[in-house]
Design a protein around this ligand. Structure first.
Ligand SMILES: [Zn+2]
Length: 241
């Protein structure tokens, strides 16, 4: 069987969920004491390898795995698991985008009313790009035109006009003004655009985050549990999902 899986990485807990059914596929709780890793920064990568090996032992092959953009995990996936399509989780990308927009809006009040729209646009681009990174990038960058009242353009290869119909009037940004430039620096940020290449499969950890919130209800972070007890609690939550 081949699965599309998402992974929620935290310092010491890993949860893997099968995207189409929301079933928890694998789960690990690690601590530095019980592993050979140098420090807690390496735990996520260690958990990744252990989960992949465990699934392999059970003849489960992973087609696509979505993770947060942890550099060490990224390197491991690139070098040791090239057969698996590695994607970045859209939920975390959107969260990071929201933070940047919120910070910029504090300086440029005109941007405030666009914050939510730009984040929604990001989700829409990832969902509708049909696995095509050029489509994704051109859709994403089109927000810079839409926001200054330009809805059709020629200088593109696949996406030439906005997909919306008639819209409620909304205060536009001045083309080339400070707020527009600030948004441009966020939209066109090199790192963000580079990450788009790993965001075309529309994988997100929204449901897994929900499960994690439920988990915290039974395992509050303030309460330290011994590894065995921690494992039992987590497993019982996974079974009862
Ligand atoms: Zn438009």
């Amino acid at each position: 069987m081949t699965h599309q899986a998402i992974m929620l990485l935290m310092e010491h807990i890993q949860l893997w969920m099968w995207v189409h059914t929301d079933i928890i596929l694998a789960s690990k709780t690690l601590s530095v004491d019980e592993t050979d890793v140098k420090n807690s920064h390496h735990l996520e990568n260690e958990g990744l390898k252990r989960c992949l090996n465990e699934l392999k032992d059970h003849q489960v092959s992973i087609h696509t795995l979505a993770t947060d953009r942890h550099p060490m995990v990224n390197k491991t996936m690139r070098e040791q698991y090239r057969q698996i399509n590695h994607e970045f989780d859209i939920w975390h990308r959107a969260k990071s985008l929201r933070k940047k927009l919120s910070a910029a809006s504090k300086k440029h009040k005109d941007m405030q009313q666009w914050e939510k729209c730009v984040v929604n646009h990001f989700w829409w681009c990832c969902e509708t790009c049909e696995g095509d990174v050029t489509q994704l990038l051109e859709r994403w960058q089109s927000v810079l035109r839409h926001i200054v009242d330009v809805h059709e353009w020629r200088c593109a290869t696949k996406f030439f006009k906005c997909a919306h119909g008639e819209q409620e009037p909304k205060a536009l940004l001045e083309a080339g003004g400070d707020a527009h430039k600030a948004l441009q620096s966020i939209v066109m940020e090199k790192k963000f655009q580079k990450d788009m290449k790993l965001a075309t499969a529309f994988c997100h950890t929204g449901n897994l985050e929900g499960f994690h919130s439920m988990l915290l209800k039974y395992m509050p972070q303030e309460v330290h549990l011994q590894p065995r007890r921690n494992h039992c609690k987590r497993t019982s939550c996974s079974l009862g999902q």
